[in-house]
Write a protein that binds this ligand. Structure first.
Ligand code: SF4
Ligand code: SF4
Length: 178
């Protein structure tokens, strides 16, 4: 049976209303055609409001923040905010902020892998691998719900290798049937 596409999977799309603006603080920006400013990692973007909204949301391109329009956290932001940190936010303490930003980096990689696996589960010719794809998806989904400390110890590179191997096999099946 085909799985839902990532677009139909609400947990794999950003839900900024339930996030504390993690992508507007955690990463560094380098001034470029995509970002109008330089910003250090962990430094809040000056356009971020006190209630974690973007103050220039309706004119990002015009203000030189094309990169923000293109950015996708794959749903990592709201999971870190609501599940890993139980609704708390990085403004509460510098220690929490540091940990939250590190966890966000891990979670975004995990969620990217979940998106790839979900996409593979929408491909008819990959049917013989659905069991393996679903097992890996469930394993990574469970890992993404672990505590912050456990997430920071996760061997993401090894999970990425496993997913890459699976996706190569999916690709072989799709090519064989086209
Ligand atoms: S991290 Fe994701 S959910 Fe949070 S504000 Fe950025 S795009 Fe939205
Ligand atoms: S410009 Fe808006 S969306 Fe982009 S980082 Fe700053 S607050 Fe976030």
């Amino acid at each position: 049976m085909l799985g839902p596409s990532p677009e139909e999977h609400p947990g794999l799309k950003p839900d900024c209303e339930r996030c504390c603006g993690l992508c507007c603080v955690a990463p560094a920006f380098a001034r470029s055609p995509d970002f109008a400013i330089d910003k250090r990692p962990g430094e809040p973007c000056p356009n971020l409001t006190r209630d974690f909204r973007c103050g220039i949301h309706d004119r990002l391109r015009a203000e030189g923040f094309r990169g923000c329009v293109a950015y996708d956290c794959f749903g990592a932001g709201q999971k870190v905010t609501q599940i890993t940190f139980n609704g708390r936010n990085w403004r509460e303490s510098p220690q929490m902020a540091t940990q939250m930003f590190e966890v966000f980096g891990v979670m975004r990689q995990l969620h990217a892998l979940l998106v790839y696996l979900s996409q593979a589960l929408t491909l008819g010719p990959a049917g013989a691998l659905y069991g393996d794809l679903r097992r890996k998806l469930e394993e990574l989904e469970a890992s993404s719900r672990e505590s912050a400390d456990t997430l920071l110890r996760l061997d993401v590179a090894s999970h990425r290798r496993e997913v890459n191997d699976l996706l190569l096999r999916v690709s072989d099946l799709v090519r064989a049937q086209s």
